[in-house]
Design a protein. Structure first.
Length: 313
């Protein structure tokens, strides 16, 4: 963002001081800005190299390592519960993460949630409520308020049906607002990465980050947490705003460690929220996936310090 501001100031100066052809200078600077932005989003074009190899088929013996996930910011003020109920009934995800869930949402989805053996319900009236539900084996699960009150992050240690453990993070940080910069959002995102960055256990993270995948903060999260992005080389999978998702932004994220592969990844239909749901089928197959997938960006001491600096501010 600071780079873009600097470029804008430079463009303004060029318009004033370049004699004879002020428009040419401005166009050149704006072309540079466009080039920088294209460089940042390049990995999310279909012709870029992929980070995570997909597997349409998994060996029969490894089928128990696969599971489905669904994440959705329901939009607290959306009272069309039926569309979300039908979505959950149809997909029957093994892991369900819902955000902006107040008490009315929790009550409305009670029939769907009752089908899950393990649930973490944190209804809030401030648009940061969270619901987590799963039928996978659970070793621990709960929410924490790390950087600000009543904005929970979900941390869980789960296992696949064949007993392989993995860590799960569900995130919904506060977005930047007029008079409030990105500090709270960035601190929460980086704290989550630091919480799992040194673990040898495979891990995944998903949620409404209120940030695009190519931002400095989210790229730092990815590097510190040792994550890969299955969207790289396939598209940016925009999820917001729901009515114009094809022209929108990928605010809803899914990151996995190299031990995972996936069968499918989709932005789903509009269910009345301002976000579209994000669904996927993941498989935790260990070394076969690591051999095929790209390696995560190496976390350097400078990277760790940058993340820790964000969490302290």
């Amino acid at each position: 963002m600071l780079t873009l501001i600097a470029i804008g100031v430079l463009a303004f100066g060029t318009a004033i001081f370049v004699r004879g052809h002020p428009g040419t200078g401005v166009i050149a600077i704006l072309a540079l800005a466009a080039t920088l932005q294209a460089w940042r989003v390049y990995p999310y074009f279909w012709f870029a190299p992929v980070e995570v190899e997909d597997r349409e088929e998994v060996d029969a013996g490894a089928a128990a390592s696969c599971f489905t996930v669904l994440g959705l910011n329901v939009y607290q003020h959306n009272r069309d519960y039926t569309a979300t109920q039908r979505l959950i009934d149809r997909l029957k995800p093994d892991i369900l993460l819902l955000m902006e869930t107040d008490r009315r949402w929790v009550d409305a989805l009670a029939p769907q949630l009752s089908r899950y053996r393990s649930r973490v319900l944190r209804p809030l009236e401030n648009t940061y409520g969270m619901v987590f539900a799963t039928n996978l084996p659970v070793r621990s699960a709960g929410t924490q308020n790390i950087t600000d009150q009543d904005t929970p992050t979900l941390y869980a240690r789960l296992a696949t049906r064949d007993g392989q453990p993995f860590d799960y993070i569900g995130l919904h940080p506060r977005p930047p607002l007029p008079g409030q910069d990105t500090d709270l959002r960035d601190r929460k995102i980086e704290h989550a990465a630091l919480a799992v960055g040194d673990s040898e256990v495979p891990r995944m993270a998903m949620g409404d980050f209120n940030d695009v995948a190519w931002s400095r903060t989210t790229r730092l999260f990815k590097q510190v947490g040792g994550f890969l992005d299955p969207r790289i080389g396939r598209g940016n999978y925009p999820s917001f705003p729901a009515d114009y998702a094809a022209l929108g932004w990928p605010l809803d994220q899914l990151f996995i460690s190299p031990a995972f592969t996936f069968r499918d990844l989709h932005i789903l239909e509009n269910v009345g929220s301002d976000h579209r749901p994000l669904g996927a089928t993941l498989c935790l197959i260990g070394d076969p996936a690591r051999r095929q997938n790209a390696s995560p960006d190496v976390m350097t001491p400078q990277t760790r310090r940058a993340a820790q600096s964000m969490t302290r501010h």
